[in-house]
Design a protein around this ligand. Structure first.
Ligand code: PHE
Length: 442
């Protein structure tokens, strides 16, 4: 719907401080602002939270659980990387094309042209390939994306990355490692297991068919094993909480679908059948040789990598209805969770939402991306923004002017909101839309 560009469009560029020349200082490092700068202060504040390292927080508990399941299997653990990375780390080192949508200022938070908040843990693959002394590594970290606002999306979330390197030709070792992965009784739908390469999902020329098949099998079995461990725990906790739903007694079902990532080929995603829905939870693939060459591993290595999103899974494990809860400072949330324990969240209360619409004519000279609206709302409402939905859009048949309407639901997780407080937040949102994007309110 929106034109995608790697260059910052005038309109996608949202300034948050009035005097933009001031450099941004984060953890004693200074970043000069330029026309790429679009990271708002409320996002920078999230950097300090480090939820994945909080052993008494659902994200930290899930992180621990996965780590424990991978212990003794040859993976070095990294969980301390700073979220500000270079453009090279996040994109170039992984072979992202110049015009990839991920690079745009509508999708990514930039400190300036050269530095950004990592959008995925893959940003650290190269340094881990270079530094890891074990054949594998795991990276857990907070990642950031400009995104929609709803129950399951938040501009900050968490990923766990895994990778494993083999010597080219060492088929015996790979087979041995495959055999060493504990068996599960998970039901796997994988049309690509025996023949991983298809016209849409090519293999790499430097690998033999058998190398591709074995590396892919090891990758997929590792992911299936992890998914199984985690979802078995989810089941146990749901049963413990008294749920008798039939899915809790059926074997876990997963399926593999083809995917595309610039730095892996072939690539897949695994989806888990959970409560009547296919849940996407992990992208992965056979690492492009160029990444390994850039990491000084030489031309005789092969490798796989995966990246699991933790927040959605933690929502299921702990039965957490709204992703914003992870970021609340409310004790009624935090006191419910303890290291090593997976239990069902007990809502402390549900407060009503307050809906407000904003309708306007777009200004032709400014490009307004849905994510810009999302962000203006978040910037003014913080975690009171429960959801922002584009509910109407039309073009005037005579003038050709475009109109949009967004519906914003303001709702607090911790208390009741007053109309006057919402009105004043909403007025600011409208003001920002008018000032930054020159829209005409209808
Ligand atoms: N980084 C990818 C994502 O965020 C996931 C991924 C990791 C894919 C490693 C391939 C290899 O979606």
């Amino acid at each position: 719907m929106f034109k995608i560009s790697a260059r910052p469009l005038r309109s996608a560029f949202v300034r948050y401080s009035s005097n933009t020349v001031k450099p941004i200082v984060v953890d004693n490092k200074s970043y000069h602002a330029d026309e790429w700068t679009n990271v708002p202060p409320y996002i920078l504040k999230l950097i300090d939270r480090k939820l994945h390292k909080n052993v008494n927080h659902p994200i930290g508990i899930l992180h621990d659980l996965i780590r424990q399941n991978m212990e003794g299997m040859g993976y070095t653990i990294y969980d301390n990387f700073h979220p500000i990375v270079s453009r090279y780390q996040n994109f170039d080192s992984l072979g992202f094309p110049e015009d990839h949508v991920g690079r745009s200022t509508s999708d990514t938070y930039y400190l300036n042209k050269d530095y950004l908040l990592r959008t995925h843990t893959s940003a650290h693959e190269q340094e881990c390939f270079i530094n890891s002394k074990t054949p594998g590594y795991l990276i857990t970290a907070d990642v950031y994306r400009r995104d929609e606002v709803d129950r399951t999306h938040y501009p900050a979330f968490h990923q766990l990355e895994g990778a494993r390197v083999y010597d080219k030709g060492d088929l015996e070792q790979i087979q041995q490692d495959i055999d060493a992965i504990p068996q599960t009784n998970i039901i796997v739908e994988d049309p690509f297991r025996e023949n991983p390469v298809t016209p849409n999902n090519p293999g790499q020329k430097y690998m033999t068919d058998e190398e591709i098949r074995l590396v892919s099998t090891h990758l997929k079995k590792t992911v299936e094993y992890l998914v199984n461990q985690v979802f078995e725990r989810a089941r146990e906790s749901a049963k413990k909480a008294g749920s008798t739903e039939p899915y809790l007694n059926e074997p876990l079902k997963v399926r593999w679908v083809e995917a595309y990532f610039p730095w892996t080929s072939p690539s897949w995603e695994i989806e888990v059948w959970w409560k009547g829905e296919w849940l996407e939870c992990c992208g992965c693939g056979v690492v492009q040789q160029q990444v390994l060459l850039n990491s000084n591993l030489g031309d005789q290595k092969i490798s796989w990598a995966f990246g699991i999103g933790l927040d959605r899974i933690a929502m299921l494990l702990f039965d957490i209805p709204d992703i914003r809860l992870f970021w609340t400072q409310d004790e009624r949330f935090h006191k419910q969770f303890k290291q090593g324990e997976i239990n069902t969240f007990v809502p402390y209360s549900k407060y009503p939402g307050v809906k407000r619409d904003v309708s306007f004519w777009l200004n032709r000279d400014y490009k307004l991306h849905a994510n810009d609206v999302m962000e203006i709302v978040r910037n003014r409402a913080g975690d009171l923004a429960e959801s922002v939905v584009n509910v109407d859009e039309f073009t005037h048949p005579k003038t050709g002017k475009k109109s949009q309407c967004y519906r914003i639901n303001y709702q607090s997780m911790d208390r009741n909101l007053t109309n006057s407080e919402i009105n004043s937040i909403h007025d600011k949102v409208v003001e920002d839309l008018v000032n930054r994007f020159k829209v005409e309110i209808r």
